[in-house]
Design a protein around this ligand. Structure first.
Ligand code: ZN
Length: 198
């Protein structure tokens, strides 16, 4: 998610086939992309017709073996380098935005001291509470635009620890908004889809 950009557009979802989203081992292509890309990975954008199509794909979980792999550690570092890079300057990023269709997001934790970026594999949102509230959003994959989206401010997230155990955490405030925006990417949803019909 990008904090500061301009003008909303409507963007209608392409209904792509929802492939299986259970865990499977990282493919050779995925490993290669993770290893061979620079620290700052290329971010897919809806301005590119091919990128725009594949950003609608559904992401899969990591297998237990991949949770403990060097590739996941490297991907985590590169997601953070990418979202923090001066050309992006974002507050969150999801795997599909760098071409890795796995359930992983990096989020800036404004609810923690020092606002660190943290990475969450096999993430999902378990529960949302309270009313939705409007807030301005931008996206690294939707360059130079910004729009108002209604999101919850109190959610429970679930993600996997390195040993494969799942953990549940409550997140509140603007950080909860970032998690909802990034988790949408894992379902092929872009924030502009939510601008109308809230
Ligand atoms: Zn985004």
């Amino acid at each position: 998610m990008k904090a500061r950009i301009i003008t909303p557009i409507l963007f209608f979802p392409l209904l792509l086939s929802a492939c299986q989203n259970g865990p499977s081992a990282l493919s050779r292509d995925e490993r290669q992309l993770i290893k061979e890309s620079g620290d700052v990975m290329r971010v897919l954008t809806i301005d590119d017709p091919s990128d725009s199509l594949i950003l609608r794909s559904i992401s899969k979980d990591f297998s237990l073996k991949d949770l403990q792999s060097d590739e996941l550690a490297l991907l985590s570092e590169k997601l953070i380098s990418t979202v923090r890079s001066p050309e992006q300057d974002g507050v969150g990023i999801a795997g599909p935005q760098v071409g890795i269709f796995r359930r992983i997001v990096a989020v800036q934790r404004f609810d923690k001291e020092g606002s660190p970026f943290e990475v969450y594999p096999n993430i999902s949102i378990l529960e949302c509470r309270g009313p939705k509230e409007a807030g301005a959003e931008g996206c690294l994959s939707v360059p130079n635009r910004r729009g108002e989206v209604f999101r919850y401010r109190d959610i429970d997230i679930k993600y996997s620890l390195k040993d494969g155990r799942d953990t549940v955490e409550t997140v509140k405030g603007f950080t909860a908004v970032i998690f909802q925006h990034e988790c949408d990417h894992l379902e092929g949803i872009i924030y502009t889809d939510r601008i109308s019909g809230n």
